[in-house]
Design a protein around this ligand. Sequence first.
Ligand code: SF4
Ligand code: SF4
Length: 165
Amino acid sequence: MEEVLQKLPEKAKEKHAENKKFFAKLKKKPPKNLDYIMQELHKAEFERTDCLTCANCCKTTGPLFTNADITRIAKHFRLKPQKFIDTYLKIDEENDYVLQQVPCAFLGANNYCSIYEVRPKACREFPHTDRKKFQQISSLTLKNVAICPAAFNIVEAMKKRIGGV
Ligand code: SF4
Ligand code: SF4
């Protein structure tokens, strides 16, 4: 996995123009069964991918925290939400709460998440490749393929399956 992660940014860069073109077309005319296709590709990829050998999302980017996430996680630590915010979070340029630093403070030994049961919604959903109307998050996906090897493979599989580039 180490080698895959090392090569990923370069591979994503090489595919960037092609991916951008593909998503522009997809946005204009998404196949009727796109939600179904994405479920299938996502499931197949994550049957092959063991996130515990990777954790690159937790190490390099981290999630944004919604108010519901903050309330739930603060409660887990028996902290006041404001205390949790002051200890772990900051506000980014888009006015969202994000981690003060990466790797995530909750990433434990062997890539386990120490707050797995109460982790942020964005962590549960990352890399969002099984979400409905996937064409609507193409700019996010274009970034995620440089971070997440599974997202990279899913986009490659999409291009093969749907065609058009
Ligand atoms: S979601 Fe992607 S980046 Fe995160 S651990 Fe799994 S394969 Fe790695
Ligand atoms: S909260 Fe857990 S899953 Fe989310 S970034 Fe931190 S270690 Fe990873």
